[in-house]
Design a protein around this ligand. Structure first.
Ligand SMILES: [Zn+2]
Length: 177
């Protein structure tokens, strides 16, 4: 049997090999120190093959970056409808999503029917090019009766309206007193 050889001090991505750990399958496990401060025990073969490059922090960071880029893309032209659906679920159901605080945390949910992409597609496809998914009632949920495709400008105006009105009223009452 030819075990892939690694030795203490070898570096694989973020992992630095510390020492060999005895294990039932002939001692091919290694204790590694990750740049982020964690330690993991892994096989020499996965280190050698590049399958393991961190304690898992690398993948977590990639996921965060992906979520951020999804958020950034919101409202841009070439967003496929699947990404719209995925983003909607993330905003309402994933507390790690950067926009969760504006949606899920405010109690905005996705209706049961739309938890399946097929149903969302059946109700909302095709997405007119350049338009984004908008909720007609800004405090309402993502569900067939409350959603439409609008351009980004209309959507922003819809979101700003309550504030705009309040400010206007305050101004008017201030002016009349
Ligand atoms: Zn790490």
């Amino acid at each position: 049997m030819n075990w892939p050889r690694v030795s203490a001090g070898d570096k694989f991505g973020r992992l630095t090999v510390i020492c060999r750990k005895p294990s039932p399958d002939n001692g091919s496990r290694w204790l590694c120190h990750c740049d982020c401060g964690n330690e993991i025990i892994t096989r020499a073969s996965t280190l050698k093959s590049g399958g393991t490059k961190s304690c898992g922090c690398l993948r977590r960071e990639k996921t965060t970056r992906y979520n951020k880029s999804m958020n950034f893309k919101h409202g841009m032209c070439f967003e496929p409808i699947y990404a719209v659906w995925f983003g909607m679920l993330a905003r309402c159901r994933n507390p790690n999503s950067t926009a969760y605080k504006y949606y899920g945390a405010r109690g905005i949910t996705v209706c049961d029917r739309w938890l399946k992409f097929e149903n969302f597609y059946a109700d909302m496809a095709p997405r007119p090019e350049g338009l984004t998914l908008d909720r007609i009632n800004n405090d309402g949920n993502y569900e067939p009766g409350n959603c439409r495709w609008t351009d980004w400008k209309t959507q922003r105006a819809n979101q700003r309206n309550p504030h705009g009105n309040r400010r206007k009223k305050a101004y008017q009452s201030g002016a009349s007193s």
